[in-house]
Design a protein around this ligand. Structure first.
Ligand code: BES
Ligand code: ZN
Length: 884
């Protein structure tokens, strides 16, 4: 079933059938013996790799991936005799391929050994084998060496066949000072005293041979680390952190990991095949976490949590990340996509699975309800842009791969799985997953293999229903009309674009749409719209709603009258929480795109002031925020009126819920209160603003628990928005001195709420300063999107500092995409689009062209929206008393 590497092509470069840049298939790695000695003073490392190769086809050359490595010697031998001791070696920089030319042909069916001696730099870019720093209690900067290989940076650490389908075994040896902790995917089998390249009296730590695995999942770490361990799981589970961390803050993740591993073994009916599980907090980390097999690495804040100083949302995030990376140990690590266009199999599944297990461990968190306002909306939002991409997208170059770690692979991918799991039933779905894992353990797969396993378990032709969802870009908007006489509804599907300018050729695909028709009699699960347009009988047209619980991927466009009735149905208790939240999201999106009037949407929102559920409020306020940000460059009077509307929506709720916390407050209430408090405060509710200042002032006087962790972000935002230099300095000081990373990040993230031009400039001085780590560059700029002046200032900063930004965040890192997106997407007008396009016209957009295109599309959509509905919004605000 698996292709990928086995595509025949004669030289390295472009494969004949797929256009992928992959290595030639002449030889295949079977076993790597890799020894590395990092020098934590000079940031050099010394390496030697011996690779056992199977010759698959006769060949006179061997090609493998390398990047930024200095290869000092190369030797090829067979059965102990040398074939080539210093052969001609060439390098293709564009393809990141080193090729060794041989005089004689290697014969298919034989085995050869390739030995490279090399050195590399422990770089400062969070990729490959890199350095990470932390400060000791007495202010000294110390370093550790660690790795980040996914997607294509193993080649930066050592010469290798760096493709996911080229699974191999690995025996790793690390040479380090004796006081260092050395970790890798496996446990230690031997430790010897040696003299190293960089000094005498060292230790050589050799790890057990790995099972067959892909290069992107390798990891090795050398550093001074503390750990805690639990024996709650069959195998040892540990959390490691550098000494600047209180290791006890890893306790929550540690216990959760042990429980989750046990649960996954049972659920997947598949034993975790490695001897241990280590999870390590890394002070410099480009992503949130990385699922390296048996050695998961994390950003500090995504692993370590002080329950006393972190709120409920933080706890949920840590649980999500831990469970996501653990899910990968099976889905991704044991069974791996054959090439990167199958990335969604990894990320979509790990996302779905983390929700599934979170729901098992913490049913009171009701995470599937938040799924509708979280992953579902992220997916629908990104996929409403012309510049989106299909879930299975051909990726050719290494620089394209980083860009698909996005809401399509993660969120839309998981939505597809949620849809199929509902379609088959969760138990049948899980049986299919077990069969898939069993059949492909230690191997590679394509999407079709997953559909086949699900078909096998269910007896249904899963592929014919699901394939289109992963192969086609976008999703439909389903227009519903009613025929009272016939007692029927007619539904019609069309491609949905936020810019509402679908061309006929973009509207060809017909999706099998699971209609999920809800009536007073329950949900009709088996209705599928498989054509352009179909009619379905509905017994009682008094009440119906499509897409029950929003388990399918589409937006529903009702008539204005029906939408009003649904608003009433929500009040009458006829809709589930997911239905209410999803319906508001659909109405909001369809207003933004011009499929519906914005006034109808505003009326719908206004009617929800008696809503009781957190996630519904969350969606309501998200939609208000969407309007606010689209109108951010419009007249002040209108903006003030929108704000008044927002205040009117939340004011009573804010006073009803209050802003104090007790031990009996559930997990959801702990997030509900800050959501409403924050919105009321930002909209200017006097009591809330005063409460925020009271807390903040006590806090400044040293009463650290005067601000509850759940409210920290909201209090900072409110006092910065309404205060001045004194408040700014106090929050900045928190960023500099607070004891945990979570507290420091909250402070850094808030500074952009200060709108005084001088303070904005001080905020803009932070991202590229030494005070802010490269991994955190995006933190201080995110909040600068709250006012038109700040958006302009941010853009000016961005254009003036472009070279420095690229230097700090090279295009290979996904963070450059994030920064480009943050600095451009606040704009709302067509001439803004021009300005941005002009700036980039003369620059390479390699590594972020996708997110730039998406940002520009989203500006175009906002520009059209405000032009189209500006008058209607004004009228609505006026007739509802928010505008004079
Ligand atoms: N495999 C990814 C990490 C990754 C991301 C590697 C981008 C290379 C490029 C990991 O499993 C992941 O998805 N991490 C997420 C956290 C998760 C809870 C969504 C992250 O880093 O944010
Ligand atoms: Zn992942």
């Amino acid at each position: 079933m698996c292709k990928g590497h086995n595509v025949v092509n004669d030289v390295h470069g472009v494969s004949a059938s797929s256009g992928r840049e992959i290595l030639p298939a002449h030889v295949k790695p079977a076993h790597y013996y890799l020894t590395l000695e990092p020098n934590l003073e000079t940031f050099q490392y010394d390496g030697e790799v011996t690779i056992d190769l199977d010759v698959v086809e006769d060949t006179k050359s061997i090609s493998l991936n390398t990047l930024d490595l200095q290869i000092h010697s190369t030797k090829v031998s067979s059965d102990g005799h040398v074939i080539a001791s210093s052969p001609v070696v060439s390098y293709d920089e564009d393809q990141q391929v080193t090729t060794i030319k041989l005089n004689d042909s290697l014969k298919a069916g034989t085995k050869v050994q390739l030995v490279h001696k090399f050195t590399g730099e422990l770089n400062n870019n969070m990729a490959g084998f890199y350095r990470s720093s932390y400060k000791t209690k007495d202010g000294k900067t110390k370093h550790m060496a660690t790795t980040q290989m996914e997607p294509t940076d193993a080649r930066r650490a050592f010469p290798c066949f760096d493709e996911p389908a080229l699974k191999s075994k690995f025996t790793i040896t690390l040479i380090a000072d004796k006081n260092m902790t050395c970790l890798s995917n496996m446990d230690v089998v031997s430790e010897k005293d040696v003299d190293g390249k960089y000094g005498k009296g060292k230790k050589a730590v050799t790890f057990r041979e790995t099972p067959l695995m892909s290069t992107y999942l390798l990891a090795f770490i050398v550093g001074e680390l503390n750990y805690i361990e639990t024996k709650a799981f069959r195998l040892p589970v540990r959390v490691y952190a550098p000494p600047d961390q209180d290791i006890e803050h890893g306790r929550f993740s540690l216990e959760l990991a042990a429980k989750t591993l046990e649960f996954y073994e049972k659920t997947f009916d598949s034993e975790f095949p490695l001897p241990k599980m280590d999870m390590v907090a890394i002070p410099d980390f480009s992503a949130g976490a990385m699922e390296n097999w048996g050695l998961i690495t994390y950003r500090v804040v995504d692993l370590m949590m002080d329950e006393a100083s972190s709120g409920a949302a933080k706890k949920e995030r840590v649980a999500e990340v831990v469970q996501h990376e653990l899910a990968h140990q099976w889905f991704g690590n044991l069974v791996t996509m054959d090439f990167w266009e199958g990335l969604w199999l990894n990320e979509g599944f790990a996302t779905w699975m983390s929700w599934y297990s979170c729901n098992v461990f913490y049913p009171e968190w009701k995470v599937w309800e938040s799924y509708v306002v979280d992953n579902l909306q992220s997916a629908l939002s990104l996929d409403s842009l012309r510049s989106s991409h299909p879930i299975e997208v051909p990726v050719k170059k290494a620089s394209d791969i980083n860009q698909i770690f996005d809401a399509i692979s993660y969120s839309k991918g998981s939505c597809v799985l949620r849809m199929v799991s509902k379609y088959l039933g969760e138990d049948v779905f899980m049986e299919g997953i077990r069969r898939y894992l069993k059949k492909h353990a230690f191997g590679n797969t394509q999407t079709g293999d997953l559909w086949a396993a699900l078909a096998d378990a269910s007896g249904k032709d899963v592929e014919s229903v699901m394939a289109i969802w992963t192969k086609q870009i976008g999703y439909p908007v389903v227009t519903v009309t009613e025929d009272a006489k016939k007692g029927a509804i007619t539904v019609k599907q069309n491609r949905y674009l936020r810019t509402n300018d679908v061309k006929p050729e973009e509207d060809k695909a017909l999706f099998p749409v699971f209609l999920g028709l809800r009536t007073k009699d329950g949900v009709q699960e088996d209705l599928t719209l498989s054509e352009r347009e179909q009619s379905f009988p509905v017994k009682d047209l008094d009440f119906f709603k499509l897409n029950a619980d929003h388990s399918s991927i589409y937006r529903t466009l009702y008539t204005p009258e029906r939408l009003e009735k649904l608003g009433q149905a929500a009040k009458d208790g006829l809709l589930t929480t997911e239905d209410r939240a999803g319906m508001i999201a659909d109405a909001g999106a369809l207003a933004a795109s011009g499929h519906q009037g914005t006034d109808g949407m505003l009326s719908l929102l206004k009617g929800f002031n008696s809503e009781s559920e957190f996630v519904v409020w969350n969606e309501i306020l998200t939609r208000v925020a969407t309007i606010r940000s689209a109108w951010i460059f419009e007249d002040e009077a209108i903006r003030k009126a929108i704000n008044k509307f927002r205040l009117d929506l939340v004011q009573d709720k804010a006073h009803e819920l209050g802003w104090s916390f007790s031990d009996s407050d559930g997990h959801i209430l702990q997030q509900f209160k800050p959501l409403i408090f924050n919105n009321a405060g930002q909209a200017g509710d006097e009591k809330v603003v005063k409460a925020a200042f009271d807390m903040f002032n006590k806090f400044r006087e040293g009463e650290r628990n005067a601000i509850h962790p759940n409210l920290r972000g909201a209090v900072y935002a409110i006092v910065l928005k309404n205060g001045g230099k004194a408040e700014y300095d106090a929050v900045l000081n928190e960023f500099r001195t607070a004891p945990t990373s979570d507290e420091r990040n909250d402070a850094l993230r808030s500074l952009g709420h200060a709108t005084d031009p001088e303070l904005v400039q001080r905020t803009l001085a932070l991202p590229l300063s030494d005070e802010v780590k490269g991994q955190d560059v995006y933190l201080p700029i995110a909040a600068l999107r709250g006012s038109s002046a700040s958006i302009e200032a941010l853009w000016t900063w961005f254009t003036e500092n472009w070279d420095a930004i690229v230097k700090r965040l090279p295009p290979g890192l996904s963070m450059l995409s994030t920064v480009v997106q943050l600095c451009t997407s606040g704009f709302t007008h067509a001439d803004h689009v021009e300005k941005i396009e002009k700036f980039f016209a003369s620059k390479s957009t390699k590594g972020f062209d996708q997110s730039l295109a998406q940002s520009l599309d989203s500006i175009r959509a906002k520009s059209k929206w405000t032009e189209r509905d500006g008058d209607d919004v004004r009228k609505w605000l006026k007739s509802n008393g928010y505008l004079e």
